[in-house]
Structure formats: C-alpha cells, structure tokens
Design a protein around this ligand. Structure first.
Ligand SMILES: *[C@@H]1O[C@H](CO)[C@@H](O)[C@H](O)[C@H]1NC(C)=O
Length: 421
C-alpha cells in the first residue's frame, strides 16, 4: 500500500516543479518595462557614473602608500592597464539591470577606445561616451535628436523657473513645465492667480492673488482684474456666482442643486420625492409612489394599516409588513411559503419504521442462534431435573441441531471440494 502511494505520488513534484521553476525564471528574467524603457541617456549617465566610481575605488585600493620607485612605476602601469579597466567594468552594472548590461555590451568598443586612446584629450567620460560617441545625451539646456536649445536659452532653460522637457537628452518636446506661480512659454511671467511681487534683471518673484482672483495687481481683495471660473468680478472684487438660480447649473431629474464657492453640486432627492427643491421629504415637488402628502411632507403610506386603495396581503395565512415606500406580504407565524402559498410549518415526519427494519442479515443469524441457545438451555435445565420426557426432547433437539449444523458444514465442504480447493 505504501509502495503504491509513493509510486503514484512521487512523480508529481518531479514532473511539476521544473515547469513551475521554468515559469518563475521566465517571468523574473523578462526585464520589467520600467527598466527596459528607461530613458537611454539616463541609462548612459548612470553607467558612466558607476564607471567613475569604479575608477575612484581602484585608485584607492591599489595605493599602498609605498614610495619606492619600483612601487610608483608599478602603480603608473596599473593606472592605464587593461587589468584596471576590467576591474572597473565588473562593477558598472548590477546583474539584474538589463538596460545597463545591454548598453555596456553595445558600447564595449567605445569604452576600450576611450580607455586606451582618448581619455587624455577627453577626460569627461560621460560627455565623450553619452553625448559624442553614442549620441544618447545632449549638452545641458538642450533637447531632442539635434540638441535644440531649450526655451529661455541653454544657460537658463525656462528662465530658471521651470523644467525644459527632454533637457540634456536626445528626446523630449522642449516645452517648459513651469513651477507653480510661473507661466508663459518661457516661464518668464507670473501664472494664473499670481502677480509680480518683484522683478529685476535676474529674478522674478510671483505671489498669489487674493483667493478666487485669476489676475490681480496686488495681494489685496480689491485689486482683482479677472476672476476664476465660477466667480464674478464686481468692483474689482470676486463674488461667488449662485449657479443654482441660473441656467448654468445642470442637474439631472430627481436631483437638486446646491451652490458652493466657485461652483455647485447636484444631489439626489429623497426617496419620497419625484423632483425636489432641496434635501429631505419636505422639499418634494411631487410625492413618489407609496408616499402621500401630509402638509409639506411626503409620508410613507402604511399599506398594512389599510391606507392603500385596496386591501393587501389577503391570501390565506398571509401577514403584511410595511416598508418605506412599499410593503411586503409574509406568511403568518407558524406558516411557510411553499409554491406561493402559506402552508403550516411542520417538521418533515419520519416514515414509521418497524423494530426489525434496521437489523442486518448477520444480526438475524445471531438472534436465531441466541433463540435456539435459550431453548436448549431451558430443555437442559428441565432434563437435569430428571424429567424423562424433557430429557428425550433435549437430546432430540441437540441431535437435530448437530445434524443441521453438520449438514450445512458438509455442504460447504463439498462445495469447496467441487470448486477444487
Ligand atoms: C534680484 O532680486 C533678488 C531677490 O529678489 C536678489 O536676491 C538679487 O540680488 C537681485 N539681483 C539684482 C541684480 O538686483
């Protein structure tokens, strides 16, 4: 049995595990989109950053503090050796950084050329590799495939108050994303809701207008020139527009309008209403089905108390339960619904069962044997008392039982012989 189980179960882990591991490895190995789609210039920059760190590291590690001419000569040789280059390259990309490893593979020849031939004339490895050799990056303040100058000039892109899209890369749109408070295509102006608090040749300071004001001449509430949406200019101040009273508000049917500062909200009417002027059942235009008007309010109709036009829940043994806006017909206590009708709820009666119904064939044999045993015992007792008649019956009964038993036995033994056992 154990052998069988083990022979059946053992193959499963062996058959399934490699598949699972394969899938896991497959998904882990596939580079996640973020790493493979990293901006190429950014990848190159981090590669050269790590390269420069590696240079520093190898310089420190191999400087033993010795000052013999021999040691100095050895160090000088190492400084530009292939050994050092390989040591530096080993730490440039982490194993899991797919983009970095791919880039390093692609630029191997360039890196070697720089190391052995160019580094004297072009000490800036980033500029040489990423800008000039691989053409992945642009000089600061420029963007796009041809390294266009950013708005506001390469010296101070976006006037120093924003980010030039694609700055320093071969990509991007070159559009300025201004800091809050600044605006215009060059970020050289103050943005919506801000005013010029100070300006000189090199600096522009923008400060916020008084709240709902979109353009102002100063910080005061009375210095507004234009208001933001939802507000109205009045006497150089901004006042809230109540959209709910105008056709500017667009609420759906069965909603009501609430004015807010600079805007408005639509909220659902109460359940008791069809159309409303405000919140709650006392602001209904019309009462909903299942409600009746009582003064200003729409109240629930209690159908169970006979407030409906026609009596409800009239079925046999039905009871009524009122709900908000409607009612429910339930069965009276002690009744349950069966096929739509309320019937008396009695537990399913168990079928009558005879005392001997549960008895198995084996038990019948045992009972038979007990019965015959009891008779033989009784006869034996009477026989022991010396009654000849009962003694005769007892002996007869024992003989009959023995014969019966033996005949049954011999039948079985014969059966066995015939079947060749
Ligand atoms: C311009 O203003 C800024 C701050 O308001 C100040 O720090 C700077 O010195 C000023 N520069 C000139 C040239 O006036």
């Amino acid at each position: 049995m154990n052998d069988l189980i083990s022979s059946v179960k053992m193959p499963f882990p062996w058959k399934k595990t490699p598949l699972l591991v394969f899938f896991l490895l497959f998904f882990l190995w596939i580079p996640s989109p973020s790493s493979s789609q990293q901006e190429p210039c950014q990848s190159c920059r981090s590669l050269t950053d790590n390269f420069n760190k590696g240079l520093e590291r190898t310089q420190r590690e191999n400087f033993g503090g010795g000052n013999t001419a021999w040691e100095e000569e050895k160090l000088a040789k190492y400084a530009n050796s292939e050994t050092r280059l390989l040591e530096v390259l080993e730490g440039v990309c982490s194993k899991s950084d797919f983009a970095c490893n791919q880039l390093l593979e692609q630029s191997e020849e360039h890196v070697e050329r720089w190391w052995f031939h160019e580094q004297q004339q072009h000490p800036d490895f980033f500029q040489w590799l990423c800008m000039d050799a691989l053409r992945l990056c642009c000089p600061p303040g420029t963007y796009g495939p041809d390294c266009h100058t950013c708005p506001g000039g390469a010296q101070k892109p976006c006037s120093g108050y924003g980010q030039c899209d694609g700055d320093g890369t071969r990509g991007g749109t070159g559009l300025c994303m201004c800091q809050t408070g600044y605006g215009g295509p060059f970020c050289s102006e103050c943005g919506d809701g801000y005013y010029e608090a100070a300006r000189n040749d090199s600096h522009l300071v923008c400060a916020e207008c008084y709240r709902a004001c979109g353009r102002c001449s100063g910080p005061e509430d009375s210095s507004c020139l234009r208001c933001k949406r939802g507000w109205m200019l009045h006497d150089r101040r901004c006042i809230d527009i109540d959209e709910c009273g105008t056709d500017m508000a667009h609420c759906r049917a069965n909603q009501f309008c609430i004015n807010t500062e600079g805007s408005y909200e639509c909220r659902d009417c109460a359940k008791a209403c069809i159309g409303c002027m405000g919140a709650g059942p006392s602001r209904c235009k019309k009462c909903n089905k299942g409600y009746r008007r009582d003064g200003v309010k729409c109240l629930d109709v209690n159908e169970c108390a006979g407030e409906a036009e026609e009596p409800v829940c009239t079925g046999a043994n039905e009871a009524c339960e009122n709900t908000d806006g409607s009612y429910r017909c339930i069965c009276a206590e002690g009744y349950v619904r069966k096929e739509g009708i309320c019937e008396e709820d009695k537990p399913p009666d168990a079928p009558e069962k005879g005392f001997f119904d549960d008895i198995t064939d084996d038990e019948v044999v045992v009972l038979q044997q007990m019965f015959f045993g009891a008779i033989i015992c009784a006869l034996a007792t009477l026989a022991a008392k010396g009654d000849m008649v009962f003694t005769a019956i007892f002996i007869g009964a024992v003989a009959a039982m023995a014969g019966y038993w033996l005949s049954e036995r011999s039948d079985r033994v014969l059966d066995g012989f015939i079947k060749g056992r």
